[in-house]
Write a protein that binds this ligand. Structure first.
Ligand SMILES: [Fe+2]
Ligand SMILES: [Fe+2]
Length: 151
């Protein structure tokens, strides 16, 4: 998979989880949130470690990439806050809803504006190579997460 295909496929996975949240009762949302967080943790990690640094080298991609980093930062704050809420907090559902809205917006910007620009300035061979590195990094990250959480 090239870099863009890989990221879009991650986006789809997350979107499917969002749809599940919308289609299920609140009782199932905690478990879905754990899955959403795991997906977003690894996804933002590879974007920030491999994809975004390469984009920032291109003048026409610099602004949108910097904006992406800030949106990731907001998402991470929300993910942390959601993880830290007490079991019965009334903030859980509204915070999860806002997180999903923010992520949907971020994904629309990446797929609608950023990726088409990327495809213009970075050639296919390099996107393929970036995709391979990102796949590797996803595996490494997931391994390190499993170790640090004692699983
Ligand atoms: Fe992103
Ligand atoms: Fe993304």
């Amino acid at each position: 998979m090239n870099a863009i295909e890989l990221l879009k496929s991650d986006h789809k996975t997350v979107e499917r989880l969002f749809q599940k949240v919308k289609a299920t009762d609140e009782g199932e949302h905690k478990e879905l949130f754990v899955k959403i967080k795991a997906e977003l943790d690894v996804h933002t990690h590879v974007e920030e470690k491999i994809f975004y640094p390469r984009l920032k080298e291109e003048e026409e991609l610099e602004d949108i990439t910097l904006e992406g980093v800030e949106e990731h930062h907001q998402a991470k704050m929300f993910l942390r806050e959601l993880s830290n809420l007490t079991e019965d907090s009334e903030k859980f559902e509204p915070k999860l809803k806002v997180l999903m809205e923010d992520i949907t917006h971020h994904v629309q910007e990446e797929e609608g504006i950023m990726f088409p620009k990327v495809e213009k300035v970075i050639d296919k061979a390099e996107l393929e190579e970036l995709g391979k590195r990102m796949e590797e990094e996803k595996k490494n990250f997931q391994k390190s997460q499993a170790t640090s959480s004692g699983k």
